[in-house]
Design a binder for this molecule. Sequence first.
Ligand SMILES: *Cc1c(COP(=O)(O)O)cnc(C)c1O
Length: 348
Amino acid sequence: MNTIMSTATLNINLAALADNWRDLDSRTGCETAAVVKADGYGLGAGVVARALAGAGARSFFVAVAEEGVILRKALGEGPAISVFSGHMAGDTEMIRDAGLTPMLNSVDQMLRHVEGLPGHPFGLQLDTGMNRLGMEAAEWDAVRELALGQNPRLVMSHLACADTPEHEMNARQLARFHEMTDGIDAPRSLAATGGILLGPEYHFDLTRPGVGLYGGLPFVDARPVVTLDVPVIQVRDVAPGETVGYANAWTADTPSRIATISAGYADGIIRAMGPNAALHAGSTGVPVVGRISMDLIGVDVTALGSDPETLQLIGAHQSVDTVAGFAGTIGYEILTSLGARYRRVYAQ
Ligand SMILES: *Cc1c(COP(=O)(O)O)cnc(C)c1O
């Protein structure tokens, strides 16, 4: 029976995901957490986190409290779930009820937390130069004693340029982190995926990999986790001089066989990829022609000699980062843009 439907299939290899966590874990002597923000980088936070817990992860990070609530339901009691955005005014009940650990980013958040939830676990995020989240040196000096007296679970900062090992910002942020935290008792964390690969002086007590778990750069040794197969809805002959898609953006100059596939920019295949993107039928690359529509894309399959039932956008022949390159962006953005419309199939 032919089971192909119109909905594209996002295959997520949980064994490869777990292997990537173990591989990153084996590169350090400290605890390895797992970052599952943005619905597990678009792959389904609950399923992804349970697989990582099975591999041995005991600490998880999300961006906002709402994600933490969902994750707590998926993981149950036990694993630590930390929230990068800290403790916002509307978060108190979620932090309390779901047992979340906010990474406090400012004096305001610190006071809100100790007043609103006295005795509830928290961590601290320091700014070492990225100027995104965390307390700066002067703020840290002001609350350092109060904060450390309340037994923080973690003191962390984040690197701005860790995917460029030779960037001098890495050493500068490392030195700043030492200045701000040397001598404290609380566990410390500085490295995400890129920081793990920079070497042991960046590891401290806990690492926080995200993208490398999901098979993305800068973790070049990662096992691929995602394949994306898109059904072909219709195939037609297009004569020289005829055009394909919106704005007549592509014109056939030879007799062509054009497949229309069932995915588009509403599914994360962002429109800017159009002129450069290719898909694969087996190992043969076939180019996108014309503009990417909301739900449909034209592909020139003339070279195949027969009509394919599906075409692959992400897989063995084309990584998430290659696909990102079609649009001049990064694997992170492609992963997290992969739409909710796909049928997600998880392999153990
Ligand atoms: C997203 C994020 C991570 C994970 O980063 P990757 O580059 O995906 O490994 C770690 N820490 C913080 C603060 C983050 O925002």
